[in-house]
Design a protein around this ligand. Sequence first.
Ligand code: SR1
Ligand code: MG
Length: 408
Amino acid sequence: MTHPAAFTADSLKAYIAATPQLSRHFDEDISTLDVSEIGDGNLNFVFFVRGKTAALAIKQALPFSRMSKGTRALSCDRLGFETRALQIFAKCAPDLVPAIFHYDEERSLMAQSFLSPHIILRKGLIEGVSYPRLAKDMGQGLARYLFGTSDFALQPSEKRPLVADFTRNIELCEITERLVFTHPFMDGYNNPDAPMLGDKIARIRSDARLQLRLRELKLRFLSRTDALLHGDLHSGSIMLTPEDTKVIDPEFATFGPMGFDIGMLLGNLMLSYFAQPAYGERAAYQQEILTMIETIWSEFVTTFRDLAAAGQGVLCAPPSGEIEGFDNLRAAAIEAYLQEVLHDTIGYAAVEMIRRITGVAQIIDFQEITDAHVRAACEKPALDHAIALLTATGKPEAINALTAVKPA
Ligand code: SR1
Ligand code: MG
């Protein structure tokens, strides 16, 4: 099998000139476009292509992960999964994702709208930027694409081919199985040394209840096919301004439990909450983050209920004739499902909080704290909170089980 060649600025310009779906965006001579590689993710290369009046983001997936600098092989198929996931999400929630203009499987390249003046949510949170639309956009957007790709909305003949397709995203799911659910919870591997967190990490790796809950959550990730997940919905996978929110990078897309995506997002917001004291006097901003988390959940639930009331899939479609009491029972069944999603959401949020501190896939929220004592003082309460969530007996009744923390 031949591998796609890595683009350079010049070869990318030649490619754009030869590809009408791309060249039509620009008025000028293509050779005069400004091209720079701006990717900062773990896996792919991203080119910013700028003309006088238009710009594109062009992503290339090479047969290895970017962070491994060529040493870890990774199939280029991930860009196809990402492209198809974005196209499906666009049908369910058109404003939530960037426009896709072109996908070339052979060259392993995909072109999408360049989001400007958007920045990565994780960076905005570190800077303490307020995002008044984020919670509504994400709560509603999550409900729309999770509901829209589930059996609540689709007929089996529509959903099964999608499940079959995304079940083949094996390599990226394997990364999640390893780097989210396994290595950070075990001694060894390449987990970073964190002497100041030693007692908490030892507890995480030896607590029977926590280890069992972790396995339950992993099992649900492996075995459920409720909805098409983004699969890596952390705060680096959202680009936004105070007025607009876009979800990017669903290369980890697969079918799974809805709470996985919601929990990963909320877990990253909780991590940002715990990192805030390192960046200044942020008590009010911490409260803003907690309110954001609660609003994402409430918007998700409200939108989900509205969609369920009009849905034509399982549990939603009305019976052929009037059945007394059926509507109330159906509404109660939807509420029971949402409680299950809440339980999962809080569990996956806690797993994400732990793995970002104890595993190899660390986040800049903590990495950019240069004083090791200050960093540990932020990470410790985050670990304590996540441990408490994973060892709690009984099921959470409301989202405030996740947000019940005191600002430092
Ligand atoms: C090898 S990839 C490491 C992490 O980065 C991605 O964004 C995922 O979160 C993955 O776990
Ligand atoms: Mg990514």
